[in-house]
Design a protein around this ligand. Structure first.
Ligand code: CP
Ligand code: NVA
Length: 308
């Protein structure tokens, strides 16, 4: 793999993405057949969390253990990067002890700064701008259910947030058409969208933004949603509840997608808000495959970044 860190999907070439997805599929099927590979024997990963987590923490910790390595959990408040110690000093200390860093941060600059100052690989476990590990697990899931990725239509319903950013970049890289259905004022970050546009021009993917969720979901192969209030936006809760009310993915909305469309959600889900029970628990939902695939996709990324 060419990339040295995984801070943004933009760090990965199409070849890197293919390598991660292929290794993830192999590690997954081997594990199900009872075969684990100690590809990171004796290696350690520091996991820095400025925000809470279920999936990211468990899958990185278990993933390192399945690869023969070890993970050290640093809870929100343990380090207080930028307050107790600078990001650069944290990076320069950690690299003396461990072989890789995974960080979940508020500011994207914090995780990007770790990568800048540390000579060991740094993985973004979610920042305010991106969630690249999630997008890789999602595309592994889509490939398992749909086969070939190129030419599929994915519609993200809701907030143009960190998860949407990593998804649009990955879709644009691999040739998946991407529609963002969001209320006015909640579009994706302009810089990310522009970059995705340039990537899409190369892959042949089309990108669009619509304000009507029913129109956005029409003919979609993949319908994706995420929370209306991301971690760190709690003060905007009342306003967001109002603005996003008509953006719930329920069975009526899903009826506009292809009959065999699959439904994804990065989780945690707020049932009855961005997604209805009948959809998240319904036959088209693959959210638990998606959660499982965090483990396999990250084991592949960890191996390609840290082995050797
Ligand atoms: N999807 C995801 O990253 O979940 P956690 O916030 O629980 O890690
Ligand atoms: N957009 C959500 C994703 C959680 C996994 C957040 O940032 O809180």
């Amino acid at each position: 793999m060419n990339a040295r860190d995984l801070i943004s999907i933009a760090d990965l070439s199409a070849g890197d993405i293919e390598e991660i997805l292929a290794l993830a599929a192999k590690l997954k099927s081997d594990r199900k057949a009872g075969r684990d590979h100690p590809l990171l024997r004796g290696k350690s990963l520091a996991m820095i969390f400025e925000k809470p987590s279920l999936r990211t923490r468990v899958t990185f910790e278990v993933g390192m253990q399945q690869l023969g390595g070890h993970a050290v959990y640093l809870a929100p408040g343990d380090i207080r990067m930028g307050e107790r110690e600078s990001v650069a000093d944290v990076a320069r200390n950690l690299e003396r002890w461990v072989d890789g860093i995974m960080a979940r941060t508020f500011a994207h600059n914090t995780v990007a700064g770790l990568a800048e100052y540390a000579t060991i690989p740094v993985i973004n476990g979610l920042s305010d701008l991106e969630h690249p590990c999630q997008a890789l697990a999602d595309f592994l899931t889509i490939r398992e259910h749909k086969g070939e990725l190129q030419g599929l239509k994915m519609t993200f319903v809701g907030d143009g947030n960190n998860v949407a950013h990593s998804l649009v970049l990955l879709a644009a890289k691999v040739g998946v058409d991407f529609t963002l259905a969001c209320p006015e004022g909640f579009e994706a970050d302009a810089g990310v969208w522009e970059l995705a546009g340039r990537l899409a021009a190369d892959s042949g993917a089309s990108l669009e933004v619509v304000a009507d969720p029913a129109e956005g979901v029409r003919n979609a192969d993949v319908v994706y949603t995420d929370v209306w209030v991301s971690m760190g936006q709690e003060e905007e809760t009342a306003k967001r509840m109002e603005v996003f009310r008509s953006f719930q993915v329920d069975s009526r909305l899903l009826g506009n997608a292809k009959r065999d469309a699959i439904v994804l959600h990065c989780l945690p889900a707020h049932r009855g808000l961005e997604i209805a029970d009948e959809v998240i628990d319904g036959r088209q939902s693959v959210v638990l495959d998606e959660a499982e695939n965090r483990l396999h996709a990250q084991k592949a990324a960890l191996t390609l970044l840290m082995a050797g």
